[in-house]
Design a protein around this ligand. Structure first.
Ligand SMILES: Cc1cc2nc3c(=O)[nH]c(=O)nc-3n(C[C@H](O)[C@H](O)[C@H](O)COP(=O)(O)OP(=O)(O)OC[C@H]3O[C@@H](n4cnc5c(N)ncnc54)[C@H](O)[C@@H]3O)c2cc1C
Length: 481
């Protein structure tokens, strides 16, 4: 609970529906998609304007209360978990699209606009169906553009379209003292003058300030697509296929991989008729100028066959394509059919190491008696081992955390990174020192303090904090002290 006076002052800024203090409602805001870490916030506020954000931030700073920015809470690293009595500032009601400028291919949106809501709005305009906002995390129907920028979200088409920071041109952010920072390219322009502060803020996971508004790039959709589904009897063959396709100079717009257990989950849920005993499935898409696509598809099919694909399906049919991608994007949800709880890990490794990493994941799973299933963005080496466990069993929770740590350490050891796209949050805080050397960590800390000198915003996330001590991994859960 927050102090009665602070509650009254917040109520003076916000209408009743935009201030949440009832414990039975706050319960929902105890965690994000990383459900292992939980802490009840003192309050959740839903500002609807930048001016309200400024007033709220000033009030909370004066009261010495930690501020936790949140979009829609789909994050998978505990980034928007509030420490005891911290206040969550959710930008989810700041969801106006201020302008869509198709001539200059930019849009000006509030931070709480959902990812697909922008492309849907663009498609409604005359000539707009040819354009979209490209970043496409699988959560895109729910997650916000502010959250996408804060986590520098990737997605299925990152291989060709790149991560969110490549699509953010400008930004408005409220700093810890209430200053409004407006930075980035001038309206309608594509280049940031001087320092690229929006580039720096992307991926800062809500530790620099509260993003309230963004200017983003709109890009043309490809003219045509070909979708290829290849199944394999051996995971290593699928991994070699992925590396070979890139090594041969192809750039598919997406290249996703599902392991055998995931294929079975999807098959049970969607009945695609995939070959029985499939150990890996690779879903590949090429896009571009219609006339060139069949030739490119043939070359990729040849690579799959050479690497012992057990079945191959190619399609130019938009309905089939939509069904295949819907199945891929629904993969996380379908896990609910086989497990009480799950925890999705996220690392990026060199593509050439994929086979070895998957083998290691399997070995670690057996060591800890855990089932681990995999569905991931193979084309950019972004692995997502999904640990299946029962959160009512503390032993299984602990084993999941230990096994996840071992997997991430292995990924770092083979030249990979502690996170591919989900961010560090509190989940991976303890591995930051494993990945980065002292001078780099010190520079990260100095950068954080340049934006937020007193660590008032989201302290203890992404970087260890002197102000907020987080009890890390062993021996208990990731709970704030
Ligand atoms: C089923 C599923 C699939 C997913 N697939 C992908 C995927 O393919 N690629 C991917 O990258 N991620 C994926 N994610 C993770 C998640 O959806 C992304 O990280 C997304 O960008 C989070 O957006 P959000 O609005 O939910 O942010 P939240 O979860 O609310 O917050 C995430 C982080 O951003 C900060 N933040 C949020 N809003 C603001 C703001 N306005 N100002 C400052 N900081 C802010 C928070 O403090 C927190 O640190 C997936 C999640 C789920 C549940």
């Amino acid at each position: 609970m927050i102090a009665a006076q602070l509650q009254a002052e917040l109520a003076g800024i916000l209408p009743a529906g935009d201030l949440m203090v009832d414990p039975s409602e706050l319960f929902v805001y105890e965690f994000d998609g990383f459900t292992i870490a939980r802490a009840r916030p003192g309050a959740v506020v839903f500002p609807t304007s930048t001016e309200q954000v400024v007033q709220i931030v000033k009030l909370l700073a004066a009261a010495g209360v930690q501020i936790v920015p949140r979009g829609t809470g789909t994050g998978l690293a505990g980034g928007c978990v509030a420490f005891e009595n911290g206040v969550i500032v959710s930008t989810s009601k700041m969801n106006r699209i201020h302008s869509i400028d198709l001539r200059n291919r930019v849009a000006d949106v509030e931070a709480g606009v959902r990812n697909t809501a922008l492309s849907d709005a663009v498609a409604q305009l005359p000539g707009g169906s040819a354009y979209h906002f490209a970043p496409d995390p699988s959560s895109q129907r729910a997650s916000t553009i502010g959250g996408n920028a804060a986590t520098n979200a990737g997605g299925i088409h990152t291989l060709k379209d790149f991560v969110s920071s490549n699509h953010v041109l400008g930004m408005e952010m409220v700093l810890a003292d209430g200053t409004i920072l407006r930075t980035g390219a001038a309206a309608g322009c594509y280049e940031s003058p001087a320092m690229d502060l929006p580039g720096l803020i992307c991926g800062s996971e809500g530790t620099f300030g509260i993003i309230t508004r963004l200017q983003v790039r709109l890009v043309p959709k490809a003219q045509g697509f070909r979708t290829i589904v290849a199944t394999f009897g051996r995971t290593a063959d699928a991994c070699h296929t992925v590396s070979k396709i890139i090594a041969d100079g192809h750039l598919p717009c997406a290249m996703e991989m599902l392991d055998g257990s995931m294929v079975r989950v999807i098959e049970d849920a969607f009945h695609f008729g995939f070959v029985e005993n499939t150990q890996a499935l690779v879903l590949i898409e090429v896009d571009g100028i219609e006339e060139l696509l069949d030739g490119q598809m043939k070359q990729i099919v040849a690579i799959c066959s050479f690497n012992n694909a057990t079945s191959l399906e190619t399609s130019a049919d938009p309905t089939r394509r939509a069904a295949l991608w819907k199945a891929r994007k629904s993969a996380f949800g379908a896990i609910g059919r086989i497990s009480h709880s799950y925890c999705t890990q996220d690392a990026c490794v060199p593509r050439s190491m994929l086979a070895s990493v998957l083998e290691k994941i399997d070995q670690i799973g057996r060591e800890y008696g855990l089932q681990i299933t995999n569905v991931f963005h193979a084309g950019d080496g972004n692995v997502h081992p999904i640990f299946l466990y029962d959160d009512r069993d503390e032993n299984e929770v602990q084993n999941t955390l230990r096994a996840a740590e071992k997997v991430l350490q292995y990924c770092i050891d083979v030249g990979g990174t502690v996170t591919g796209e989900h961010g560090v949050g509190i989940e991976k805080l303890h591995l930051m020192n494993y990945q980065f050397d002292r001078p780099t960590m010190d520079q990260f800390q100095r950068t954080k303090r340049a934006f937020d000198p007193d660590e008032r915003i989201n302290a203890g996330k992404l970087l260890p904090s002197e102000v907020v001590k987080v009890q890390i991994l062993k021996p208990g859960r990731h709970m704030p002290q």
